[in-house]
Structure formats: C-alpha cells, structure tokens
Design a binder for this molecule. Structure first.
Ligand SMILES: Cc1cc2nc3c(=O)[nH]c(=O)nc-3n(C[C@H](O)[C@H](O)[C@H](O)COP(=O)(O)OP(=O)(O)OC[C@H]3O[C@@H](n4cnc5c(N)ncnc54)[C@H](O)[C@@H]3O)c2cc1C
Length: 369
C-alpha cells in the first residue's frame, strides 16, 4: 500500500488527510504546532463549502456558527455601502474549527505527529524522505500544505520568495455590537480590516496592513490610532469593544504571488499552492476545494489506477482550472482598496451599480462543491 505524508495541518492538510484515511490510505500528518491554536484569519467561510463539509460529516453545526448574508463596505474616509451576499457564509474561529477537524482525523486513523516540524523533503528514486525535528519518514506521496510561508519554501528554493512582500496580518477576538448576519470590510490607508462573528457571540477583527504603516509609528497600537481610526467605523470598533486577548496574533510577509501547485513532485495544497487576497474571504474555501480535488487524484495513484506523471499533471490542470482566475481577480480587486479615492469609488460602485458589485463578489467566489 502506498504511503502519504501530509506536511502542515491547516484546513488544506487536515481535510486531505481525513479523506485519504477514510479511503484506507495510510497517512501521516505532520504539524509543527499543537491544537487548538489561534491563527491570523478573518474566520468567514463561504457557503460554497457547506455541501462538501456536510457530505464528510465535517460541518461544525454543534458550535452554531452564525449565518452571514450581508456585506458592509466602508471607504478610508467612512463612506458606506451595504450589499446582500447571494451565497453568503458562516463564521467559526480557526481555534475551534481546526481542532474539530483534527479530532475527526484522529478518529479516522490519520497518524498525527503534532508539535513536529518538517525540516526537509527530498525526492529520490521515486520515494520521498521527510526529515522532521524528531524522526525521518519515507513516503510515496508528499502533500505540501504548509501554508502561505514556511521554512520549507526556502529549503525548496521556491520562486515566490525572491520578492519580499510588504503585507502584515493582525487578528483579535473581541466582544462588540456587530450584527450576526454581517461581514464588514473597512478600508484604511494601505490596508483593510474585516469584522464578522464566530461562535459564542464573539467577533473576529482581522486586518491587513503595509509594513511601512507599522514602521512609521513603531508599534501596532499607535499605528491603529493614527491610521485605522481615521475611518470612523474603525475608531468606534477599537474604542468601544472589549478586546479578549492581551496581544493580537500577527504574521508578516504575506505574499499573493503566483506559486506552482506541484514542485519537486510535492503536491501543494491550500495557501502553499497559491493564496487569494483576504478581502475575498475565500482562502479557506479554496483550501478545502483543493483538498477535495487532490485527495481524489492521490487515491487514484495509491490504488495504482494512474501513474505519478498523470497524478501530477491532472492535479496541476485542475488546480489552474478551478482557482487561477479567482486568485488573479482577488489581486485586481485588492488594488481598489487602501486608498481614499479608489475605496470611495469601490463603495460608490457597490452602492449605485449593484450588478457591478455582484460581479466583483462572484468573480472571486466559486460554486458550491
Ligand atoms: C489577514 C488574513 C485574513 C484572512 N481571512 C480569511 C477569511 O475571512 N476567510 C477565508 O476563507 N480565508 C481567509 N484568509 C485566508 C485563509 O486563512 C487561508 O487561505 C487558509 O488558512 C489556508 O489554509 P492552509 O491549510 O493552506 O494553511 P494554514 O491554515 O496556514 O496551515 C498551514 C499549517 O502548516 C503548518 N506548518 C508550516 N510549516 C510547517 C513545517 N515545516 N512542518 C510542519 N508544519 C508546518 C503551520 O503551523 C500551519 O498549521 C485570511 C488570510 C489572512 C492572512
């Protein structure tokens, strides 16, 4: 029986491992952290994922995630538009959701190596050797689901690292008066901030900013006061909410550059294959959809129905067909955000030209799968 090693236990890795284990493929999942843990993420999940999650018994209904069907958009200076979201989504924290799926993986028989960091992946004589800080594994297939940026990217000399990325992501959990059915996207200079609700009446406040904003003011609280507060909606949120953590989760160097879905025979999944700009609220849906496509192709290889070449070519093709255009659209739309006049334009467009707003939302979202 062929053996699969999945490196990285975010949604992409967890769900791929879960599906393969249910198909009786031997799977090892390597994750450097220990569940449950917080991640920088807006925690809004598109409803396109619901049929898939329900079919696998992975929809987190016990946590009563709020249903979200409305988008509030505000510009840098505080102009506002509210548009309905046809497909909509739901809100759940990654702390809860990833842990829930991890437990499902354990039940399904995935061999989970948590608190374990993969240090290198080598392909030789049709086999992989994966070195971790604890032991060395061999495998027939390696799935790279190690997220937007990992030490492994440098080890594998991946092209997207050649260019530095200026984006910094920051996340808080707060308690505030925020309508449960709404996701808001508030612009500020060189960034934007999302807010939507998750389980237990909490809200996730998550923003993307430029590192020059942080450098200019030296620290996040000062930058928030000087830059984010200029949008009156953000000022109200920051000054009238209860912040539930002492410090936010922060990540640097978030890159939206194009990546290859297959590299050194490693099949990349989720952000490791390419990351959509966060304002689309679609990265998790893409990670899950890619996990679905990938696990089907890999199980074909494990059952010796297709060759390695066919497995790699099919996955690459399907990944491009499903996601390349959405990632491109996300990069274009992001250019409308973060400046006073383009964000006013985006808000006016959303307010007065409804078909244009619907077109922009649809161009980054997929169909239910
Ligand atoms: C600011 C911001 C806001 C966002 N908001 C949303 C949103 O509201 N909705 C949405 O759908 N998407 C959102 N996204 C995108 C979403 O978070 C990602 O697309 C999604 O998490 C991708 O899942 P993943 O499994 O590919 O990666 P991740 O969830 O990042 O998981 C990767 C895992 O790999 C592990 N890892 C890395 N290196 C190693 C190693 N060497 N060995 C072992 N383990 C390793 C990490 O610890 C991590 O657990 C947002 C992103 C950002 C930056």
């Amino acid at each position: 029986m062929k053996k699969v090693v999945v490196v990285g236990g975010g949604l992409a890795g967890l769900i791929t491992a879960y599906i393969l284990a249910r198909k009786k493929v031997p799977v090892v999942l390597i994750e450097k952290k220990q569940y449950p843990f917080h991640r920088v993420c807006g925690e809004y999940i598109s409803n396109e994922t619901v049929p898939f999650l329900k079919s696998l018994n992975l929809f987190p209904s016990d946590f009563q995630p709020p249903h979200i069907d409305q988008l509030q958009l505000t510009s840098v200076s505080g102009r506002e538009a509210i548009i309905p979201l046809d497909l909509g989504g739901f809100g759940i924290s990654r702390y809860v959701f990833d842990h829930f799926i991890y437990q499902k993986c354990v039940e399904a028989g995935v061999q989970c190596q948590i608190n374990t960091e993969a240090e290198s992946i080598l392909f030789q004589n049709d086999q992989f050797e994966i070195k971790t800080n604890r032991q060395t594994h061999t495998a027939d297939v390696v799935i790279g689901s190690f997220g937007k940026r990992s030490k492994l990217d440098a080890n594998l000399q991946r092209g997207f690292l050649k260019k530095r990325s200026p984006y910094v992501g920051v996340k808080y959990h707060i308690r505030t008066q925020h309508p449960a059915n709404r996701i808001a996207l508030h612009n500020f200079k060189d960034g934007y901030c999302g807010i939507s609700n998750v389980e237990e009446g909490k809200s996730t406040l998550c923003y993307l900013t430029h590192r020059d904003n942080v450098k200019r003011f030296g620290n996040l609280p000062e930058m928030e006061k000087q830059i984010l507060y200029r949008n009156p909606y953000l000022k109200k949120l920051f000054t009238e909410s209860e912040f539930l953590w002492e410090r936010p989760e922060v990540i640097n160097e978030i890159s939206f550059a194009t990546k290859a879905p297959v590299e050194n025979h490693i099949l990349m999944c989720g952000d490791a294959a390419g990351m959509i700009t966060p304002l689309c609220g679609n990265g998790m849906a893409i990670a899950m959809h890619a996990a679905k496509i990938l696990s089907e192709v890999v199980s074909g290889y494990c059952e010796e129905k297709i060759s390695r070449e066919k497995m790699e070519a099919t996955y690459q093709q399907q990944w491009n067909d499903h996601f390349a255009r959405r990632l491109w659209a996300g990069r274009q739309i992001q250019q409308l955000f973060g400046s006073e006049w383009t964000s006013n334009l985006a808000v006016d467009l959303a307010r007065y030209v409804k078909p244009a707003a619907n077109y922009l939302v649809k161009s980054t979202h997929g169909q239910p799968f």
